[in-house]
Structures are given as C-alpha cells and as structure tokens.
Design a protein around this ligand. Structure first.
Ligand SMILES: Nc1ncnc2c1ncn2[C@@H]1O[C@H](COP(=O)(O)OP(=O)(O)OP(=O)(O)O)[C@@H](O)[C@H]1O
Ligand SMILES: Nc1nc2c(ncn2[C@@H]2O[C@H](COP(=O)(O)O)[C@@H](O)[C@H]2O)c(=O)[nH]1
Length: 192
C-alpha cells in the first residue's frame, strides 16, 4: 500500500485556513484532519478533541518532553503543536492528512517530510486580512495587532512552499487546493 499525502496548509492569521479546511473536508471526506494541541484558551463554540486538544502549559511541555509532537511552535503567546502518532499512523494507513499550522511549524515539518505538499494561503490584500480577523470577533485589538505584525514575516516565508493559493473566494480557494491534491496524486515520484 502506498503512503498517503501529507498536506500542510499555512498562511497568516485570519486568511481563512480554518474556513477553507472545513469546506475542503466536506468536499473530500476521505481527507483526514490533524487536530493540534494548544495552550490557547478555547473560543466560544470550540470543543476539545474537535478543534484542538486544549492543554495546560505543563501538559504541553510534557508532550514536548515525551517526543509526542511532530512539530510545535510558540505563536503570539501560546504553544501549538501537531500530535506525531496520529499523523504517522494515518500516512502509513495510506490516507491523506491535512495539517493547518503556522509557518515556523510548517518549516519544521518540511525538514522531516520534504515529500509533503506545502500550500500557502494568501489574502487578496493586507487590508482584507485585517478586516477578516476583526470581523471574526474572537481576538482583542492587541492580539489582532500582534497577529498582523507576524503576518508580514509569515508572507515573507512563502517561497519555502510548493503552492500559493489566494483565498479571494472560499469556493475558488477550495477548488484550487482540491486540484493540487489531485495533481499530487498523479505525480510520478522518483526514488533517487
Ligand atoms: N474567502 C473569504 N472571503 C471572505 N471572508 C472569509 C473568506 N475566508 C474566510 N473568511 C472569514 O475570515 C475570517 C477568518 O477565517 P478563519 O478563522 O478561517 O481564518 P484562519 O486563517 O483559520 O485564522 P487563524 O489562523 O487565526 O485561526 C472568518 O470570519 C471567515 O468567515
Ligand atoms: N505550528 C503549529 N501551528 C498551529 C498548529 N495548530 C494551529 N496552528 C496555527 O496557530 C495559529 C493560531 O491559531 P488560532 O486557532 O489561535 O487562531 C494559526 O496560524 C494556526 O494555523 C500546530 O499544531 N502547529
């Protein structure tokens, strides 16, 4: 059995990664979603084990210590990380898995899985990006400003990715990512 594809979706906060991922999973139900661990407080409506595994700082540091994370990063005051076993078991089972993670973590995944498919989601403009984070209504102004200041640095690292997809419209962004996944499955992979 051939291994599944490891797909990494990154992009600045508020660009629409979560929205696009949710829509993509409806269109591709066979695509497995990697639920991350985080020390961030749950937002209204977020559920443990569905949106994130919500952890205390001590619990998260324990996961690092026990090598349970494929990657982790500190982002705007909180830790975020990808549980290792779930990803490895899903891939070994021949299924595709998507990781929705920020840039530092994505680059660490690339070191370990250079064969992964790295997709960067871009906003139509920085003004639109700010409008989307504000419109979501989940962050206070200081956190929005902090996330926006990190956004420019993150976009600067886009050249490390395989694909850039503009999220101007959810349907179009999903179609583009679906096309990428289909094309990657058709790729002739040479072992050298
Ligand atoms: N193409 C789009 N056009 C207009 N609004 C959008 C689009 N995509 C997403 N949004 C909206 O932008 C806001 C941010 O989207 P979302 O939470 O999915 O971003 P994110 O990249 O996952 O953010 P974070 O990294 O902070 O978790 C949401 O209110 C969402 O409804
Ligand atoms: N490096 C990682 N980044 C992750 C992971 N899970 C989510 N994220 C990213 O963190 C920011 C902030 O997320 P939010 O839910 O607080 O808005 C965003 O870019 C996520 O994609 C992870 O496991 N590792």
């Amino acid at each position: 059995m051939s291994k599944g594809l490891l797909i990494v979706l990154s992009g600045p906060s508020g660009v629409g990664k979560g929205t696009v991922c949710t829509e993509l999973r409806k269109r591709m139900p066979e695509l497995v979603y990697s639920v991350s661990a985080t020390t961030r407080q749950p937002r209204l409506g977020e559920e443990n084990g569905i949106n994130y595994f919500f952890k205390s700082r001590e619990q998260f540091l324990g996961m690092i210590e026990n090598d349970q994370l494929l990657e982790y990063a500190e982002y705007v005051g909180n830790y975020y990380g990808t549980p290792r076993d779930f990803v490895e078991e899903t891939l070994a089972g021949g299924k595709d898995i998507i990781l929705e993670i920020e840039v530092q973590g994505a680059l660490k995944v690339k070191e370990k899985f250079p064969e992964g498919v790295f997709v960067f989601l871009l906003p139509p403009s920085l003004d639109e990006l700010k409008g989307r984070i504000q419109g979501r209504g989940t962050e206070n102004q200081a956190t929005i400003d902090h996330r926006m200041s990190v956004a420019a640095y993150e976009i600067g690292l886009m050249e490390n990715y395989d694909y850039a997809v503009v999220n101007d419209e959810i349907d179009l962004a999903c179609q583009r990512i679906q096309s990428i996944i289909i094309a990657e499955h058709c790729k002739i992979r040479k072992s050298c």
